[in-house]
Design a protein. Structure first.
Length: 199
C-alpha cells in the first residue's frame, strides 16, 4: 500500500501492524511482515537466492559490514543532514555542520570503494541496492547537484542502477501515486513529533 508520511498514514493501525516503528518502507509478503529497508533487502535476497554472496565467510562478512554501514551510518546521517538543512529551526549551525560532515564522510568512503571496483562487492548485490536508495537523494542530502562532482563513481553506480528494469518498475510504481508535497504544520506534527515537547 502507498503510505503518505506527510499525511501521517504511517501512524495508522493497519500500517503499525506491519511496522510498529511507524516508518516506511515496510512490506507484507503474503502474510510475512518485514520492516526497515535493510531487513527488506536481506529478506528478499535470501528468499529468491540472488544478489547476495553465498561463498566464503569473508564474502558474507563483507556484505553484512557494508549493509550495516548503510543502515546505521549512511541512512541516519543523511536523514539528519536533510532534517537540519531543511526543517530544523535556528540555531542549527552545530547540528547541520556535524551531520553534513558525517554524510559527506560516509559518501566519500563509498566513492573511494567504487573508484576501484564496479560494485560495492565483487558482483552486483543488495549492498548496491541499499546504496542506490540513498544515492538518489544525494542532491537533497548534501545541498546541491554539485555534490556529484565529488562523487563521480557514486553517480556512475546510480545511473547504472537507474537504467535497470527493476529500478524503472519501482519508479513507475511510485509515479502511480500522488504524495503530498508541502511540509505544512500538520505534516510537521506527523513527521517530527519531538517538536511537540518544545511547546
Ligand atoms: N531505518 C529505516 C528508516 C525509515 C525512515 O526513516 N523512513 C522515513 C521515510 S524515508 C519515514 O517513514 N518517515 C516518517 C516518520 O518518521 O514519521 C529504514 O531504513 O527503513
Amino acid at each position: 500500500m502507498a503510505i503518505d508520511t506527510r499525511k501521517g498514514e504511517q501512524h495508522s493501525p493497519e500500517f503499525l501492524a506491519i511496522n510498529p516503528n511507524g516508518k516506511t518502507p515496510a512490506l507484507l509478503d503474503d502474510d510475512v511482515p518485514v520492516f526497515d529497508s535493510t531487513a527488506i533487502l536481506l529478506y528478499l535476497a535470501e528468499k529468491i537466492g540472488q544478489f547476495m554472496p553465498t561463498g566464503t565467510p569473508r564474502a558474507r562478512a563483507e556484505m553484512y559490514s557494508w549493509m550495516m554501514f548503510v543502515a546505521s551510518g549512511v541512512g541516519p546521517y543523511c536523514g539528519q543532514a536533510v532534517h537540519f538543512r531543511l526543517f530544523a529551526p535556528e540555531p542549527k549551525e552545530y547540528a547541520l555542520n556535524r551531520y553534513d560532515f558525517e554524510a559527506w564522510r560516509h559518501w566519500e568512503l563509498i566513492e573511494a570503494r567504487l573508484a576501484t571496483q564496479r560494485y560495492m562487492l565483487d558482483e552486483y548485490s543488495v549492498v548496491d541496492m541499499a546504496v542506490w536508495g540513498w544515492a538518489r537523494m544525494i542532491p537533497r542530502v548534501l545541498g546541491s547537484d554539485e555534490a556529484w562532482a565529488r562523487l563521480p563513481n557514486v553517480k556512475r553506480l546510480l545511473d547504472e542502477i537507474n537504467a535497470r528494469p527493476a529500478a524503472q518498475r519501482a519508479e513507475a510504481l511510485k509515479a502511480r501515486f500522488t504524495f503530498q508535497d508541502a511540509v505544512d504544520d500538520e505534516a510537521r506534527r506527523h513527521l517530527f513529533p519531538s517538536n511537540l515537547r518544545l511547546g
